[in-house]
Design a protein around this ligand. Sequence first.
Ligand code: 4AD
Ligand code: MG
Length: 435
Amino acid sequence: MKTTVSQISAHVGEEIEFRGWCYNFRSSGKIFFLQFRDGSGRVQVVYSKADLSDDQWEALQSIRLESSVIVSGLVKEDSRSPSGFEIEGKGIDIVHLAEEGYPIGKKEHGPDFLLDNRHLWLRSESQWAVQRIRDQIISSTYNYFHENGFVKFDTPILTPTACEGTTELFEMDYFSGEEGDSKAYLAQSGQLYLEAGIMSLGKAFDFGPVFRAEKSKTRRHLTEFWMMDAEAAYVEHKENMEVQEALICRIVKDALEKCAYELKVLERDTEALGKVQAPFPRLTHAEAIAKLRELGSDIGDKDDLGADDETMLTKQYDKPIFIEKYPAEVKAFYMKRDPENEGLALNNDLLAPEGYGEIIGGSQREDDYETLMKRIAEHNLDPEPFQWYVDLRRYGSVPHSGFGYGLERIVGWVCGLHHVRETIPFPRLINRITP
Ligand code: 4AD
Ligand code: MG
């Protein structure tokens, strides 16, 4: 009978077959220890020479790191082993003997070496844990939205306009001449299309890769990353922040409950994550600036918060914090202004604690046709390709709000990683597009 390491507790005392890889081994006389992984988990297989045929014993002696193997043996409980189980090996079939010199060893490797070997590095336990936590965060996001009446709405990647400013756009040729327009841009966010979606569905979210030609070489920036945008009709600024808060609490709670082993592998401080409970502190941009100055920053009244400012500020709190109502002039054209102060946008960023900084950007959207046309002009955008977008303000316009999270930023924070490059299977950075 075959099973997986994740199901092992149901098979104590049985002889079972497992299919996977040998990630380490050592031999001591007539005993051979094979460290086995199958994608679902890891367990040690202990072989005695007496239990194997001569051929099988010989094969084991010449095994190499990362060879693929089918092992069979008796499942035993073992309180000393990290998995809680051990297998008394009864058979071994080497499916493919790996070549000699598997590049990733036990010694410390530099980040460039590891990234060059990303296709293999993904097999290491820490990277396995990160990808499983990423998967859980995706799943919690879908669950949260589906339980709260949001519909998944797929927005396009090839677009004729910018969503988030024109300086970070990837541009490409798109059938020129009579057949169509000659330029297309890779989407920076699905938001504008999602706004069309909610005028049909009420509440919707998208989830997919987005692209930004960011010239910044920081630990928070990728050129290709996964964004989740959410949008809801008849939801205003304050309620928009409540949705963000509930979503983040759900993501962290699920990670703590369902990924306890993975967080342990990563040596994540789970006590810090346990403090992520509503309500999150809310500061206005002006209050944040004042606080930053107290902390010694020379930030100006109308400056956007830089990465260093965010790090400094979030170290003061043990929960995520909302920063709301930024000066409108540093923000996107679609944001509605604060009726109490026209110079401010009805927007917010959500900053993760422990120095992680911005994980979400959101706002209430301008819903008045004339005002929106004026903003498009003020931002020097060509109104023609935005016709469909402003149309939404001509036929049954409603107050509406939404936000977008950067999946890799959230994974990096939940996993306690220094750099977002480890959070996505194949990171794309300004100086890296391989493997
Ligand atoms: O703050 P941003 O630019 O907001 C938008 O794109 C809105 N249209 C979203 C919306 O309202 N629907 O990006 C949203 C999030 C950021 O908070 C950050 O977490 C992440 O996307 N992000 C990046 N993540 C990795 N690499 C980059 N270069 C990123 N740029 C933004
Ligand atoms: Mg932002």
